[in-house]
Design a protein around this ligand. Structure first.
Ligand SMILES: Nc1ncnc2c1ncn2[C@@H]1O[C@H](COP(=O)(O)OP(=O)(O)OP(=O)(O)O)[C@@H](O)[C@H]1O
Length: 730
């Protein structure tokens, strides 16, 4: 089943004029339901572009209608064990928060409060219909991704660690937030109180385009646990209000807003790249390039996904609207596996096992079900279905399998019934974890090891360091990093309070690796990574251009411009593309804007503005060869013990040798330079290829100053490579 993509066009606001309306909902056939969005071609207003969606809601659509048509039908699936994800996507000010959260009046309530209302209502009915045998338990977690950091919205801002919460990849490949609060929620009133408080913790600010603009992506997870007897089923509804993309030529954003905006735009750009890569069938999907895409895992998570594309009907949004229509119409092609979560059985806690209150209960359980979002054991389910099929090929395969620790299959009729829960449910499954104190306990079948990896429990602990694979070490390290970061966050939170939680032992190799990783987390290497973002945008722009998608190419070039402001060639491309797209009257052309900024730099002494410019200058300097030629902008680097490297003078013999190696574009030779690993070498060659393609094959680096400016390198790297070359210095 594909992602369901629906579009919603918001009504005009008070100050907006009817004559500026350019976006319309339409039907594929006369009298049919609206499934098409029409918008004029910016190059030729007489011609319309049409984008087809699963459904299109026009300006008159009420909150009630949208919920009843797009969300309510999935409540049943949620209770059947499917995970449901609903997310709002669109440009700033198009109505995402209105759609997801809505207003306080009953009629204005958005998808989220209505969803919770539906969950409680249905839960009560199930309990009643089962004569109390089935209980339904709801718990919430709510967090935001602000400037690519994850913050718990159920905790007050003063408890936040500036580092944010770490993400952790589970063994099954799913991404979860480590150390997130999960609160039980008993009824709608309880929810509303929690939700209103949490929303006050969310970062919003007034921008020129929206008086209450969300500056973060907000993710609400509603975990449903149904328990009947010893059977437990969990499923999760995720409601996501993404921040909106912003065209900063229209926002007049100051420094803080600009930083936020860059983070928002980057994550949305990565999302669009993911959508494009999935719809093209690429093997590599760039999920990992932003936290939002890692968490959203579009196309990776099972269950049901609905994307609500919010649109403003206005001409002033023309290009942005086209861009988001392009992205979302591709999202329709994303296939999602519609697989429900498996039922597991509670186990009576054994003597000596850990209770929830103990330290171990805080850890991520080994079993996939216990606390992950959108977690399914697809392989286990598939294998079981295969086995059943082998036994009797005529027998239809069950929709899902049920396991007990006694390996007692449960009848399909019992298993398919929705099952209730209690807050103890999770505790019970948690207590099933095999632990050091419980050597005879048996892992759940869901997580049962393969025969090859089976080790007698008594020897397992002692020999673990010998049997773990590289992937397992990776997982252990990542887990440990998450734990350390979570512990650090907790320590910051409780200020002076010392951390009492003991860290579990790890072997020496893992510990060393961990320390190296921690150093890396704090080091400047991340800055280098972020610099290469600009390069990614350029690459993406080129790909779009080659495919003839000028609009997407323009967007990508504009994004790149944020990393390389003042790059004359880049600005020229943006101008030409805008002209080709018929955007004769841009609100403020990037070239003019950049020129104005440069002029302003001289005349405008306003501190904020200067600060913002200074930040921009940093990146500016680190890319543009054109800019590097301007001596006034050049960073003065005087390496100790080496001649003045970054001058316009003729390169000395050693510098020339270094440049020859670099210009050879031979990854193996470049890797031989001191301080150049495979990643840096490949990045450099990619850059040269790209610049070469942009400049009709030239793309040579002529000086160490230019080399230093390559994204991902920097002065220190060049110095080290230079110093490491075995050429006698005259
Ligand atoms: N369907 C609608 N009916 C009435 N008003 C709406 C509707 N959609 C949006 N609005 C109004 O439009 C304005 C902008 O909406 P909203 O804040 O939800 O946008 P947004 O897409 O979440 O923006 P941002 O990305 O900046 O947070 C608000 O004043 C909101 O009340």
């Amino acid at each position: 089943m594909s992602v369901r993509v629906v579009a919603r066009i918001r009504p005009l606001l008070d100050k907006e004029a009817d004559k500026d309306t350019i976006v319309r909902a339409d039907s594929a056939e006369p009298g049919g339901p609206h499934t098409i969005v029409r918008i004029p071609n910016p190059r030729n207003e007489a011609e319309d572009f049409s984008f087809a969606f699963n459904s299109v809601y026009d300006q008159s659509t009420t909150q009630e209608t949208l919920f009843t048509s797009e969300v309510a039908p999935h409540l049943k699936s949620l209770f059947q064990g499917f995970d449901v994800t609903i997310f709002a996507y669109g440009v700033t000010g198009t109505g995402k928060t209105h759609t997801m959260r809505g207003g306080l009046k009953l009629a204005d309530r958005g998808v989220i409060p209505r969803l919770l209302s539906g969950v409680f209502r249905r839960g009560k009915k199930i309990t009643k219909d089962s004569g109390g045998k089935t209980t339904v338990h709801v718990s919430l977690s709510y967090y935001e991704i602000y400037n690519d950091k994850v913050f718990d919205l159920l905790e007050p801002p003063e408890n936040r660690s500036s580092l944010g919460l770490p993400l952790r990849a589970e063994a099954n490949g799913k991404t979860v937030v480590a150390g997130l609060t999960e609160r039980a929620c008993v009824d709608l009133k309880d929810f509303e109180k929690m939700y209103i408080e949490a929303n006050n913790n969310r970062v919003t600010a007034a921008t020129k385009l929206n008086a209450h603009s969300s500056r973060s992506h907000a993710i609400l997870r509603v975990k449903l646990t149904q328990v009947t007897g010893d059977m437990v089923r969990q499923s999760t509804a995720s409601a996501i209000d993404l921040a909106g993309s912003e065209d900063n030529r229209r926002t007049d954003n100051g420094k803080e807003r600009l930083v936020e905006s860059a983070a928002i735009n980057k994550s949305l750009f990565v999302l669009s790249q993911c959508i494009e890569a999935i719809s093209r069938g690429d093997k590599r999907i760039p999920y990992r390039e932003s936290k939002m895409t890692r968490i959203l895992s579009l196309g990776q998570n099972n269950g049901i996904t609905v994307m609500i594309l919010n649109l403003a009907p206005l001409r002033s949004y023309h290009l942005d609207t086209l861009s988001s229509l392009n992205v979302s119409s591709r999202a329709k092609r994303i296939e999602v596996r519609e697989i429900e979560n498996e039922v597991v059985f509670k186990q009576v806690p054994k003597q000596g096992s850990h209770s929830l209150a103990s330290g171990n209960a805080q850890r991520q359980p080994l079993r996939p079900l216990a606390n992950a979002h959108n977690v399914h054991n697809v392989n286990a389910a598939a294998k079981d279905k295969e086995k059943e099929k082998e036994k009797d090929p005529t027998k239809p395969v069950k929709a899902f399998s049920v396991y007990t620790d006694k390996v007692k299959p449960v009848t399909a009729s019992l298993a398919t019934k929705p099952i209730a829960n209690s807050s103890q449910a999770r505790r019970s499954t948690l207590s099933k974890r095999p632990s050091e104190h419980e050597p005879t306990s048996r892992p759940s079948k869901l997580a049962r090891p393969t025969a090859a990896s089976l080790v007698p429990p008594s020897t397992a602990a002692g020999s673990s360091s010998m049997t773990v694979s590289a992937a397992q070490i990776e997982a252990m390290v990542e887990k440990k990093v998450s734990e350390v970061l979570a512990a650090r966050a907790a320590a910051e939170k409780s200020a002076q309070q010392p951390t009492t939680q003991a860290q579990p032992d790890v072997n020496e190799a893992v510990q060393k690796r961990l320390e190296a990783l921690e150093r890396r987390i704090d080091s400047d290497e991340w800055r280098d990574d972020s610099k290469s973002d600009g390069l990614r945008y350029l690459l993406a722009a080129r790909q779009h251009k080659e495919r003839g998608n000028d609009l997407a190419a323009l967007k990508a070039y504009e994004m790149a411009l944020a990393y390389f402001p003042g790059q004359v060639k880049l600005m020229g491309k943006v101008e030409r593309l805008r002209a080709r797209l018929g955007m004769t009257e841009p609100p403020r052309s990037p070239v003019r804007s950049a020129r104005k900024k440069r002029r302003d730099r001289v005349v405008d002494s306003e501190a904020d503005y200067e600060d913002a410019e200074a930040d921009v200058e940093e990146d500016d300097e680190s890319f543009s060869p054109a800019v590097l030629k301007s001596k006034s902008r050049r960073r003065k680097v005087k390496p100790s013990g080496t001649p003045q490297l970054f001058t316009d003078d003729e390169p000395d013999e050693r510098a020339q040798k270094l440049l020859d190696i670099v210009n050879s574009r031979d990854v193996a030779r470049i890797r031989g330079l001191v301080g150049f690993g495979a990643k840096k070498a490949r990045g450099l060659v990619d850059y040269l290829e790209l610049v070469g393609a942009e400049e009709d094959g030239a793309g040579r680096i002529e000086s160490l100053g230019e080399l230093r400016a390559v994204p991902g390198l920097g002065g220190r790297a060049v110095e080290r490579a230079y110093e490491g070359l075995m050429v006698p210095v005259v």
